[in-house]
Design a protein around this ligand. Sequence first.
Ligand code: GLA
Length: 386
Amino acid sequence: MTVQELKADFQTAYGKAAEAIYFSPGRVNLIGEHTDYNGGFVFPCALSFGTYLLLAHNDDKVMRFKSLNQPEIVTLELSQLTTPLSNSWVNYPLGCIAQFVKRGVKIDKGFDILIWGNVPNGAGLSSSAALEVVTAYAFNDQLGTNYDRTELAKIGQLSEHEFALVNCGIMDQFASAQGKKDHAIFLNCDTLQFELVPIKLNGIKVVISNTHSPHKLDSGAYNQRVAECKLAVEQINKVRPIKYLAELTEDEFKTIEHAITDPVAHKRARHVVGEVQRTTDAVKALKSGDIAAFGKLMNASHVSLRDDYEVTGPQLDAMAEEAWKIDGVIGSRMTGGGFGGCTVSLVKNEAIDTFIQQVGSNYEARTGIKPDFYIAEIGDGARRVE
Ligand code: GLA
């Protein structure tokens, strides 16, 4: 779908021209999984695919929402902007608009909105964050609120908490808002300080493998992981005051892990503490040109997410295991929330065809599902297109 086609669709839906067009990307996380809501490090990059939002104001004092994937237009009065709808995709953009209202911004004019995205849904590549951040970016521009990109990411995250009822961390919205072409974002999720690290890899590409696993990202299981980490912090607080698991080094963890009496919370905490260390080590390795070390840390991340965090499942495990067998694969792991979705792999250029062919057929033989492969293009964050 081109921008010209989207403009024509807007014209068809609303009988007038769009006044502005915005875009915000999905993301892939290279390492640092389930660390964001634990105050740890993540290392995601924005992708070249994402979500477009076209809008024009109206004089009817209503918000109209239309997605090209949905038949109907949803119309809301301006007095209804802070109330979630039951079971509607509109909650993602609506939840962002609600944050403006809650911050005291007066919205006294209506907008007609059209949305289209090309992030595969349910693939763990943050189609929802792309939709949230494009909405936050568009309304920031239209309402003249001048929030910075970090604030827009927080607006997206709050929308997810309050309207989608997922207690997510900040990673996805942050990557969508702050992404930079050919860079990954080394983000401290406690302080929100970040560094853009160039990711032009010599002779290597970032390959995303979509398991098309029928297990959708399960918000219940996700929120349960968040709660288990909170329990681990509470139990540790009996022997040492901490706010986040990520404050502990692996050595410190060993001296106090006995305080976590709940065995599940203990495993979850062990993953988080190890993953934070792996993320720091991986960024160091990348900066010093040691891509092999980076790859080993990716593999170790997958194993920890499988055994201690228990968010992989048979399809993600099959995809990673088949990738590990291929010569020319530097590293491979699940990416995003888990329970289905995608893996991310670093693959040498000359091995990519073999990778797609062999991982594809072996994965299909093991799971009965035909996967998809994308060579990631690392793009810029949210922006106005026209
Ligand atoms: C989902 C959440 C993120 C993060 C990842 C796991 O994508 O939205 O905040 O927790 O899972 O790293």
